[in-house]
Ligand binder design. Structure first.
Ligand SMILES: NC(=O)c1ccc[n+]([C@@H]2O[C@H](COP(=O)([O-])OP(=O)(O)OC[C@H]3O[C@@H](n4cnc5c(N)ncnc54)[C@H](OP(=O)(O)O)[C@@H]3O)[C@@H](O)[C@H]2O)c1
Length: 245
């Protein structure tokens, strides 16, 4: 049954139990949206839903492990039964893997796990909920990427001595490429698909070395989730504007 009789936007944020995803959920809640908190751990999910609700967010829990086909299918079923559609998907869940990612020595199993979460996880969840997005009047997909996935920025001579990452950074490059393909495939359907870089934020992902708050990192994702119908698609942005590929 479709409960969404009042026309309020329904969003799903993956990996929303903490960090930037949690703040994206909070930001969407401030817009009056109904926000699905996608999270794989029941306790962490319930805690996040409870604290978001205490902040006035109309949050609900969505059990979701993005590496698990059955879990993605079940999440889509939950949304289908409760709302009959989905308006906004934010593919935020990601892992960095251990930061020992020299290409010459990296554990290939680590690369496999990072790609499975950060790239295939996005495709898995997107494809599972796509029939629900097609029922929305203003469907939007936001994929959380990173400036470290930009080949242009990485190959800048001034950056070559920077982060060496044979799993996480290339996973975001792969995600960027895949997102462009989604934007092309869905361009006739009014589904806008874009990439957001939150900047270097203080979260578990980087051992809290980031200098921006998770709430600051969430701003660009909320902006891309609220694009007008004639907004961009297949583009890569941070809070200040377009980023180079
Ligand atoms: N922090 C930064 O400086 C930064 C910079 C650029 C881009 N980003 C991107 O921003 C996004 C959010 O990062 P963050 O810094 O907020 O990271 P974070 O604090 O580590 O949070 C990552 C989230 O993803 C979830 N997750 C991981 N694997 C999952 C899986 N298999 N299924 C479902 N959820 C899973 C985690 O859940 P658990 O709690 O269960 O592990 C957690 O909720 C990521 O896409 C990241 O690559 C971050």
């Amino acid at each position: 049954m479709n409960e969404n009789t009042n026309g309020r936007t329904v969003a799903l944020v993956t990996g929303a139990n903490k960090g930037i995803g949690y703040e994206i959920a909070a930001g969407m809640g401030e817009l009056g949206w109904q926000v699905g908190v996608g999270a794989r751990d029941a306790q962490r999910r319930e805690d996040a839903v409870r604290t978001l609700r205490a902040r006035g967010v109309d949050a609900f829990g969505v059990p979701l492990d993005v590496t698990d086909d059955a879990s993605a299918t079940a999440a889509a079923k939950l949304l289908e039964e409760r709302f009959g559609r989905l308006d906004v998907l934010v593919n935020n869940a990601a892992v960095a893997g251990s930061w020992n990612q020299e290409p010459t020595t990296v554990d290939l199993e680590l690369v496999r796990q990072v790609v499975d979460t950060n790239v295939l996880g996005v495709m898995r969840v997107t494809n599972a909920v796509l029939p629900l997005l097609r029922r929305s009047a203003a469907p939007r997909i936001v994929n959380m990427s990173s400036g470290v996935g930009s080949l242009a920025l990485q190959s800048d001579p001034d950056e070559l001595a920077g982060l060496v990452s044979a799993a996480y950074a290339p996973s975001k490059t792969f995600l960027n490429a895949v997102t462009v393909q989604y934007a092309k495939a869905l361009s006739g359907d009014g589904i806008l698909v874009n990439l957001a870089c939150p900047g270097f934020c203080d979260t578990d992902l980087n051992g809290h070395r980031g200098t921006r708050t998770p709430a600051q990192g969430a701003v660009v994702a909320v902006r891309l989730a609220t694009l007008p119908a004639d907004g961009p698609t297949g583009r890569f942005f941070n809070e200040d504007g377009p980023l180079p590929w």
